[in-house]
Ligand binder design. Structure first.
Ligand SMILES: Nc1ncnc2c1ncn2[C@@H]1O[C@H](COP(=O)(O)OC(=O)[C@@H](N)CCS)[C@@H](O)[C@H]1O
Length: 958
């Protein structure tokens, strides 16, 4: 990493200290600010993380560098924000620029008081240990503290603060930073801070037609804007809003247009072996949705396709576990996935299934084409076969002794040994056992098809050179590394029953491997959407299609190598991917999400918390693992909701609209903008520019930060202009108040548009409050115009966000911590159906019935309702089957009574244990009672079909 800075700048000092604390190796490069030939960057210091990633805001860089726990408190963020908006600018103006402005000077003295009070009886600002807020504030104060005269003038009465400064100065990390980066004098240091903020920007004389009545806020004074930017803001503002492009309405079926930018978007197809977790959601569907929504508001001709990946052993395992057929499992989970994505507002144009008939047709067709073109061959492969089950055993259906020398682990899995952690080849297991029936499988050989990837390598290499520059960084690295290592033939068929059958004699009892068939799902789902699907996938010469595919890193090899190799080998002019947009992994708190162990928050859990889907969307996108793995944290979710959504974004919008309602009768007043107003518009235009440039590259995590920067500027603008004070002043002051409020409402309208991809419900609610409907973006001409002209009537304002109480979040955290661990209701890895599963199925059936009814009565296309009716039939069959396999149906007593009885027994046994423990009984006495309690709980959980909740973890903290 590299820090770019001008000399003597205390903001660079904080980065160096933060890097020392995190043990990160950073170099620094000193920029000569007098060298006018250097155009970029516009601010110093900044941190270059790598070739693609630069952090321009110093406190954001400290945050990035400083090692902090996931659940770091809101207070840290608040201090960082306060330091950058109040403390540093005041010091820069008063000491660096010698400002005599009394307002700023008194702000500075009250800042020192605030700091001193905050340190009363405390070693550090927010926690017991030094953190990012201490580093940031310390580096900014250090030049002042080092200057004897200034220190006496400003800090003489601040004993707590002085003690803290001395204490922090002693730390080796700070000493080391001071040794490597000299701060010469206080005046010089704060001038350097100011220069860094203004670097490379010429001072701006006023444009001729802008009123010079400047009410400039101190915050905006140090944000220098150029003459050209101001003039452009003036021109944009005076444009007729009717010239601005309107949002095009969506056709019934979206097909490519020669005159449009045709964007095809796919989201990876999640397996139906479980409910999707938050990682799956941000990794594919949500990321793709934000991009699709962005494309649509830019009026790009957009088709967004998704669905479920239904074949493969993941489905077979789940079917065995739940005692359902594969088809029933798929229908059950398809409906669950579909409903969760609906709740998350994922705007698929079509959400299909990879087990649809179109899939069989296209998969077999592509295979035959590749076979005809000479890219397939057969070879015999050894596999384990269980005669009792009459099936070849996929890796996850076999276990046995670890074959690795020295490891005597007896329960190694077919793919990996949990004893020594090494990868295992199933056929080498000692004493292998079938996991389903426990009998000993036999080794058998069978012929399988292989795709000849080495033969396709030159084609692929040529294609990748053209295509890869548009991929996310990790996709490029993974794709290229596969090619560098040289491609090997890959087996694409399996001796399984659940899958697309191989369409050749002697092979008809085999199916295609799930990773050969899954990406073909994108085409077959498009085909289920429209007969004209080839217009997207085999486009006419004058129809240019740009394909964006969203997924996480584990999916990259199949989208960067396998699938394109198949499409190129078929040689039929198929659309290949231009942009593989792969995320890293989202983790859960301190570990990984696990579908099989139920660790983490799943789509249905998110829905059940009562937290709105937009807040989930916002947070997942805020922590989107864009360049490295990131973590979901309950505490951070609350922090970001309360600080960014409630205090920043919501506060700005609500203040503006309520003010307009109370003082201007819900009407946009006449506006007479001065330089300060246009400066504010320039700052917002810069953010708008960066927002569009981030979203065009699907850098969704950065994009959301530009929205928040706009409202942050808005809050500062409002605060420094204080329209509530102006309203009580002269007639000119009243016009000024109207101008400020009118400008703020216009920025709220811009925010409504920019929020649409991220928080569609919030965007709709806000549009209603603003009384606007049709808002679009124009990436060709990025400017802020008067969307709401004087006289426009607004709607009724109301708060957009609510506070998330830390106690509620702690409750939720405890609740989901209780989900960890294997469910004890699994028997030999097979989980019987429980009452809750039946309830889920029944609810799905009711929903599906409704859907079919609606489709039929709306006279929808026959194909559409028939597909939905087929799902309904599968779901009903699934329920019938499930009712038979559910343990409550195999006992005499009515289920509810049996459950009630068991619940009473659990409760009684719980008090026995509690009393023994509270009475100070020996462990030997209470231990057997605890065992009894656990057995009872296990029985109950078995009956309900839910995982058992550990007594301690499941309890609320008092
Ligand atoms: N922890 C994770 N963070 C981000 N993204 C993740 C994480 N775990 C998985 N994923 C991505 O989710 C989707 C769906 O994954 P799933 O395992 O259900 O399905 C598949 O990988 C295949 N069926 C895809 C066939 S196209 C996926 O993009 C993961 O990369």
């Amino acid at each position: 990493m590299l820090i770019y800075t001008n000399e003597n700048n205390p903001a660079a000092l904080k980065l160096l200290i933060a890097a020392n604390y995190s043990g990160t190796n950073v170099d620094k490069k000193i920029i000569n600010v007098n060298d006018r030939t250097i155009q970029e960057p516009k601010h110093l210091p900044y941190l270059e993380v790598n070739e693609d990633s630069v952090i321009f805001v110093p406190n954001a860089a400290v945050w990035f560098l400083f090692p902090h726990p996931e659940n770091v408190s809101t207070a840290v963020n608040e201090w960082l924000e306060w330091e950058s908006t109040i403390l540093a600018p005041s010091l820069a103006h008063v000491i660096g620029a010698g400002s005599k402005n009394e307002k700023i000077k008194s702000r500075l003295t009250s800042s020192f008081k605030k700091l001193n009070n905050a340190l009363e009886n405390k070693l550090y600002f927010t926690e017991n240990n030094l953190n990012a807020s201490d580093v940031t504030i310390w580096a900014t104060l250090y030049p002042l503290y080092k200057d004897d005269v200034l220190s006496k003038e400003y800090l003489a009465d601040c004993s707590n603060l002085l003690k803290w400064i001395k204490n922090v100065e002693q730390s080796p990390q700070v000493k080391d930073a001071l040794n490597s980066f000299a701060i010469s004098s206080a005046t010089g240091a704060y001038q350097a801070l100011l220069t860094g903020a203004r670097y490379s920007l010429p001072t701006a004389p006023l444009p001729e037609n802008v009123s010079n009545v400047s009410n400039q806020s101190p915050q905006h004074q140090h944000e220098v804007v150029t003459n050209e930017e101001l003039q452009a803001a003036v021109n944009a503002w005076s444009k007729d809003v009717n010239q601005f492009p309107k949002l095009k309405s969506k056709p019934k079926v979206v097909l490519p247009n020669p005159s449009d930018r045709n964007i095809l978007i796919t989201s990876a197809l999640p397996y139906v072996n479980n409910v999707p977790h938050l990682g799956n959601i941000i990794g594919c569907v949500l990321s793709a949705d934000v991009f699709a929504r962005f494309c649509r508001i830019c009026n790009y001709n957009t088709l967004f396709i998704g669905g479920t990946d239904e074949y493969g052993t993941a489905t077979e395992t789940k079917a065995l576990e739940e005692g359902l057929s594969c088809q029933d499992i798929c229908s059950k989970y398809y409906a669950i996935h579909r409903d969760i994505y609906e709740w998350f507002n994922i705007s698929f144009d079509y959400f299909g299934r990879s087990s649809a008939p179109e899939q069989t047709e296209l998969c077999q067709d592509l295979f035959l084409q590749l076979n005809n073109n000479g890219f397939m061959f057969t070879e015999s492969v050894e596999q384990l076969h269980c005669e009792k089950c009459n099936r070849y055993l996929a890796d996850r259906f076999v276990e046995g002794g670890c074959p690795h020398p020295g490891c005597n682990y007896e329960d190694a899995r077919g793919d990996q040994c949990d004893g020594c952690g090494k990868l295992v080849n199933a056929v080498e297991l000692k004493n292998p056992r079938c996991k389903i029936c426990r009998s000993t499988p036999k080794l058998k050989t069978s012929q399988q098809f292989f795709i000849d990837l080495p033969k396709l390598e030159p084609l692929l290499l040529h294609w990748m050179k053209k295509s890869a520059p548009g991929w996310s960084n990790n996709a490029q690295v993974i794709g290229k590394s596969w090619l560098r290592e040289g491609l090997k033939p890959r087996c694409i068929t399996r001796d399984l029953k659940w899958g697309v059958p191989v369409p050749l004699n002697d092979f008809r009892d085999k199916v295609f491997y799930v990773w050969f068939d899954a990406p073909i799902g994108y085409m077959s789902i498009s085909k289920a959407y429209t007969e004209e699907w080839e217009q997207w996938w085999r486009p006419k010469p004058n129809h240019e299609i740009t394909l964006y595919q969203f997924m996480a890193k584990d999916n990259v090899p199949f989208h960067a190598v396998m699938f394109p190799a198949c499409l190129l080998g078929a040689n039929r002019g198929y659309t290949t991917v231009s942009h593989i947009m792969a995320t890293e992994y989202l983790n859960y708190e301190d570990g990984k999400f696990s579908k099989s162990r139920g660790v983490g928050v799943f789509g249905n859990d998110a829905r059940d918390t009562g937290i709105p889907s937009d807040v989930w969307r916002f947070y997942l996108l805020y922590v989107r693992p864009e360049s490295q793995d990131s973590s979901f944290s309950w505490a951070d979710l609350a922090t970001k909701n309360n600080s960014e959504l409630l205090n920043n974004l919501g506060n700005f919008i609500n203040r503006a609209l309520v003010f307009a309602k109370n003082n201007f009768n819900k009407t946009i007043p006449e506006m007479k903008l001065n330089k300060d107003d246009f400066t504010f518009l320039v700052l917002c235009t810069r953010e708008l520019n960066s927002y569009i440039s981030c979203l065009e590259k699907a850098k969704l995590r950065d994009g959301i930060r530009h929205i928040l920067s706009i409202s942050r500027h808005g809050n500062q603008y409002m605060q420094s202009n204080q329209p509530w004070v102006l309203l009580k002043g002269s007639p000119e002051d009243k016009i000024r108040a109207g101008t400020v409020v009118g400008v703020c409402c216009n920025i709220a309208c811009l925010l409504a548009t920019l929020l649409h991809p991220y928080m569609p419900n919030t965007s709709d609610i806000l549009k209603k409050q603003l009384n606007v409907t049709n808002t679009a973006l124009n990436p060709e001409s990025i400017e802020i115009t008067q969307f709401l002209p004087p006289g426009h009537t607004l709607g009724e304002p109301s708060p957009l966000f609510t506070k998330l109480e830390p106690s509620r979040v702690e409750e939720l955290k405890q609740k989901f911590a209780g989900k960890r661990g294997d469910s004890p209701v699994k028997m030999n890895g097979i989980k019987p159906m429980g009452i809750n599963d039946l309830k889920v199925l029944e609810a799905e059936i009711a929903k599906q019935e409704n859907k079919v009814k609606k489709l039929k009565s709306s006279r929808a296309d026959k194909k559409l309702w028939q597909a939905e009716e087929a799902i309904l039939v599968d779901l009903r069959k699934g329920l019938e089957h499930a009712q038979k396999s559910c343990p409550v149906n195999s006992v005499q007593e009515p289920a509810q009574e049996q459950i009630k009885k068991l619940e009473e027994e659990v409760s009684k046994q719980g008090s026995v244990v509690r009393k023994l423990k509270e009475g100070g009984a020996n462990k030997a006495d209470w231990q057997p009672e605890v065992t009894k309690l656990l057995e009872l709980k296990s029985k109950l959980a078995n009956l309900l079909g839910t995982p058992i909740v550990d007594g301690q973890k499941g309890k609320k903290k008092k």
